[in-house]
Design a protein around this ligand. Structure first.
Ligand SMILES: C[S@@+](CC[C@H](N)C(=O)[O-])C[C@H]1O[C@@H](n2cnc3c(N)ncnc32)[C@H](O)[C@@H]1O
Ligand SMILES: Nc1nc2[nH]cc(C(=O)O)c2c(=O)[nH]1
Ligand code: SF4
Ligand SMILES: [Mg+2]
Length: 211
């Protein structure tokens, strides 16, 4: 299996239940809901993406010919003095187009807890420690359980309440970044305060000025 990786970097998890936790980010190239090209955005199923996941030309990115070589690259950016609390977030793009049992096993073998950020349209491999699903209105959600459901809000044609019956431990609402970020942030605060099943998720890395 060859893995196409946009970038690999060490930072703090910025969002969701693990916000503030040191983590290696492994950003997989490609997505099934958008090509990643601006010319296609208005026709995409997911139109609000804040991420460049095209190609393999980012920091630490490349084509990795095996799960072992990918896990080695992830391990390389973890601080060499810290043997414990190893944590990797597989994101993208859509990581579940590529992440397989072998990659999860290789990361576990290096002592990493494995988290995944996914749009929930593909069945995940075995053994993921923290599965965060972020449903996109207009796509077919096939992942209906996990540790965290993190909905970007607001999305036209989608109400948070339609996801509340799903089997997740945490329900998070994250304001949609873009031209309406201020209004979206206020609306998200208001929604959570009226519906305490939902907790607010701030994209803290964007305010901290980290990756
Ligand atoms: C770039 S996506 C990659 C992982 C996967 N494709 C997904 O959509 O979950 C990582 C996270 O960023 C969120 N996200 C993307 N664009 C956003 C935006 N404009 N504002 C807020 N969150 C956004 C996604 O919903 C997801 O939770
Ligand atoms: N610091 C930081 N935290 C993040 N949490 C989810 C991210 C993503 O792009 O998937 C992300 C990211 O790009 N940076
Ligand atoms: S599904 Fe995720 S990676 Fe794909 S376009 Fe949407 S936010 Fe971006
Ligand atoms: Mg991001």
């Amino acid at each position: 299996m060859t893995y196409l990786i946009k970038e690999i970097f060490y930072t703090l998890q910025g969002e969701g239940s693990h916000a503030g936790r040191p983590a290696v980010f492994c950003r997989f190239s490609r997505c099934n809901l958008w090509t990643g090209l601006e010319k296609d955005r208005s026709r995409a199923i997911c139109q609000f993406c804040d991420t460049d996941f095209v190609g393999t030309d980012g920091e630490g990115g490349g084509r990795f010919a095996s799960a072992e070589s990918l896990a080695r690259a992830v391990e390389q950016v973890w601080p060499s003095t810290a043997m414990e609390h190893r944590f990797v977030v597989c994101t993208g793009g859509e990581p579940l187009l590529q992440l397989d049992d072998g990659a999860v096993q290789a990361l576990h073998a290096k002592g990493f807890e494995v988290a995944v950020e996914t749009n929930g349209t593909r069945v995940p491999p075995q053994g993921i420690d923290w599965l965060c699903v972020s449903p996109k209105i207009g796509s077919d959600l096939v992942v209906t359980s996990g540790q965290e459901l993190k909905l970007v809000y607001p999305q036209l044609g989608g109400e948070p309440s339609q996801f509340e019956h799903l089997n997740f431990q945490n329900f998070r609402l994250q304001p949609m970044d873009g031209p309406d970020i201020e209004a979206n942030t206020r609306a998200t605060v208001e929604y959570c305060m009226k519906n305490p099943r939902w907790m607010f998720s701030l994209q803290t890395h964007k305010y901290l000025g980290i990756q």
